[in-house]
Design a protein around this ligand. Structure first.
Ligand SMILES: NC(=O)c1ccc[n+]([C@@H]2O[C@H](COP(=O)([O-])OP(=O)(O)OC[C@H]3O[C@@H](n4cnc5c(N)ncnc54)[C@H](O)[C@@H]3O)[C@@H](O)[C@H]2O)c1
Length: 259
């Protein structure tokens, strides 16, 4: 059974979740909304963002869908401007949007795939921090969760460049936490293990078998559900985590420590 936190602890807070049209980001958006947050649901795929926002609204929450590509600096800056203008603040930012490319050894890794990984997973998080933190610094409060991966600390075969971008996300998290702590802003990384999302099991529900392959590498014997990652994200953005900053929270069923 998935544990649940208090259901009104984010009442009135304004959250932006990137990549919230599917997978972990969608689960995070729904969970933060259920805890009372107003959620800006940002995704490159507008229809998917609209679906998540509609589901939040149908459940009695407040949400605004937005079409945003996290590799586009001016679009990211405008996402925060629109959020603050319409909702009055930027209390919570979850830099979740990320991609994975075809697994391959470095000796034959596709250069375009490398560029895409760096652009979305690394620069996308940088741009979220670059344009989101000034609002939080000005407010004197805020909390950020950057979604990295267990591959930030454990080698996952044939995913070297993906893992490198996730190491980079952890480095950015630590740097940001030390820079903005004095302004009352916390920044942490969430490191999911393999999770049941289209990124792992394939879009349109088409099983690729990758989920089964990963399950065998997890001591708990299964991959996680997006809702389990969302529960950890909720904890990190809540006041219950008030003294946690610069941390990397592994939610991986102990996969990181398998030899
Ligand atoms: N699923 C896993 O097993 C797993 C494990 C560890 C870490 N993660 C990380 O969790 C995050 C979410 O992964 P997921 O499994 O939910 O993936 P997903 O593919 O299911 O969902 C990602 C969402 O991000 C959106 N997106 C992609 N590129 C974007 C861009 N440039 N701008 C805006 N939105 C964009 C997609 O449209 C999609 O809705 C990623 O950062 C991923 O690296 C996932």
């Amino acid at each position: 059974m998935t544990p649940t936190g208090p259901d009104d602890e984010l009442e009135g807070r304004v959250a932006v979740v990137t990549g919230a049209g599917g997978g972990i980001g969608r689960a995070v958006a729904l969970r933060l909304a259920r805890a009372g947050a107003i959620v800006v649901v940002a995704d490159r795929r507008l229809a998917a963002a609209e679906q998540t926002a509609a589901d939040i609204t149908a459940a009695g929450g407040q949400a605004q869908p937005m079409s945003v590509d996290v590799v586009d600096g001016s679009a990211v800056a405008s996402m925060f401007d629109v959020t603050v203008t319409r909702w009055g603040a930027l209390d919570i930012l979850v830099n979740n949007a990320g991609v994975v490319t075809k697994p391959s050894p470095l000796a034959s890794f596709d250069e375009d795939d490398f560029d895409r990984l760096v652009a979305v997973n690394f620069k996308g998080v940088f741009l979220g921090l670059r344009h989101g933190l000034p609002h939080m610094i000005e407010q004197g409060r805020g909390v950020v969760v950057n979604v990295a991966s267990v591959s930030a600390i454990r080698n996952v075969r044939n995913l070297g460049p993906y893992a490198a971008t996730k190491h980079a996300v952890v480095a950015l998290t630590r740097a940001a936490a030390t820079e903005v702590g004095e302004h009352g802003v916390r920044v942490n990384a969430l490191l999911p293990g393999p999770t049941n999302t289209p990124l792992v099991v394939g879009r349109e529900g088409a099983e690729t078998g990758a989920g089964d392959e990963f399950a065998g590498q997890v001591p708990l014997g299964r991959i996680s559900q997006p809702e389990e990652q969302a529960e950890a994200a909720l904890f990190l953005v809540s006041d219950r985590a008030g003294f946690i900053s610069g941390s990397s929270l592994l939610v991986d069923g102990a996969m990181a420590y398998v030899d």
